[in-house]
Design a protein around this ligand. Structure first.
Ligand code: MTE
Ligand code: MO
Length: 354
């Protein structure tokens, strides 16, 4: 394939794979599967143009005198690409390394580095393919080959995992490793970024339901426990690569909204933590979500979000806000939540600390 087309193909596959991988975090479980398949297909297909490109540039890399100040950036871009592919393949087959960082963390880190480096590399080196390049018949044939290679990659990898009985055969469709179900202790604790609140004193704490509602509610912990309790069986699946299914117990968000007389103009429900961390769900979905006080036979422990956390069935773990103190009915999407999940825990102390 012509060099400029190889470069262009690599860039397109990398961006596509990264976007596909990222998009799965925002989707509801039942929409995720085809996008994960696309992510794997694009990543696997990238192996071929990456090999062609490395073969093309390796003689130049071997000659020290051919290096200029841009060369290290190109080398780092290649390292990030190989790292992203290798960690992705190893994590999905063998689910290693575990611990911190695990294979999924490494995969995400390489992926983000790759996109950043690829943008710089492109600004420094990239040349658009010419009309002449696009018309090259051999390149078109090779693209068809790439598409076929990517398409068979997904079923072949799955079959391999099952036949060799690799740990990856037991991963969830999100790629996450089973951390154990229905066990209070096996479920990991994940706080991402800076949240590390002091334990909440339930005598000081309250939950408020406010925003686009007829009457603002302010409930103490005792008030909350006196409301009708429901259970929901749901899987907490962290983008960091683990999942755990529990029977969660607490108050249905729809019940709270009805009590507060939620306005027909409310479209999103935002859940706000004592740390400032917050996330929102479309109202119809939020109604089915649970504000949980516990799971199994136990009450929540501090690090799992006591006294109250969101359980959003079918949504990724980062949306399951812990230490919830406010439910806000919104008439517009909350763009600020995108900032808050990165900066929460930095500014405010827990005003309900014991
Ligand atoms: N307030 C707050 N809620 C949070 C987080 C956080 O950092 N702060 N982390 C989220 C992430 S990324 C995950 S995966 C789950 C993990 O829940 P657990 O620690 O109970 O397992 O909580 C979510 N809720
Ligand atoms: Mo997470």
């Amino acid at each position: 394939m012509r060099p400029r087309l190889v470069d262009w193909t690599l860039l397109t596959l990398s961006l596509g794979a990264a976007l596909g991988g990222f998009a799965t975090w925002l989707m509801h479980d039942e929409q995720v599967v085809p996008f994960v398949a696309l992510h794997v297909a694009l990543g696997t297909a990238a192996l071929l143009p990456l090999a062609w490109k490395l073969r093309r540039v390796s003689p130049r890399l071997a000659r020290a005198r051919a290096w200029d100040w841009k060369t290290p950036i190109s080398v780092l871009t290649a390292v990030a690409a190989i790292g992203a592919l290798a960690t992705g393949a190893v994590w999905t087959r063998f689910q290693v390394p575990t611990g911190y960082p695990n294979g999924m963390h490494l995969h995400i880190a390489f992926g983000i580095a790759l996109i950043a480096l690829a943008v710089v590399h492109m600004a420094l080196r990239f040349k658009l393919p010419t009309r002449h390049d696009w018309r090259d018949r051999r390149s078109i044939l090779r693209w068809l080959g790439l598409a076929a290679f990517g398409a068979v990659a997904v079923p072949v990898q799955k079959a391999l995992d099952h036949h060799l009985n690799l740990p990856g055969a037991r991963r969830r469709f999100t790629g996450s490793r089973p951390a154990g179900d229905d066990t209070a202790t096996a479920m990991p604790v994940t706080n991402w970024m800076f949240d590390h609140p002091a334990p909440v004193d339930t005598a000081l704490w309250h939950l408020s339901v406010e925003g686009a509602v007829a009457r603002t509610l302010k409930l103490s912990y005792t008030d909350l426990l006196a409301l009708p309790q429901s259970t929901v069986r749901a899987t907490l699946d962290c983008t960091g690569g683990w999942h755990s299914t529990q029977t969660w117990r607490g108050v249905r968000v729809g019940d709270l909204l009805d009590r507060a007389g939620v306005s027909p103009s409310a479209r999103y429900i935002s859940f706000v933590s004592v740390t400032g961390y917050r996330w929102s769900l479309p109202i119809s979905e939020a109604r089915e979500a649970l504000l949980a006080v516990g799971y199994g036979d136990d009450l929540l422990t501090h690090w799992h979000g006591a006294p109250l956390r969101l359980v959003a069935p079918g949504r990724r773990g980062f949306m399951w806000v812990k230490w919830v103190t406010q439910v806000r009915a919104l008439t517009h999407p909350d763009l600020g939540q995108w900032l808050k999940i990165f900066t929460s825990g930095l500014e405010s102390a827990n005003r309900f600390a014991a």
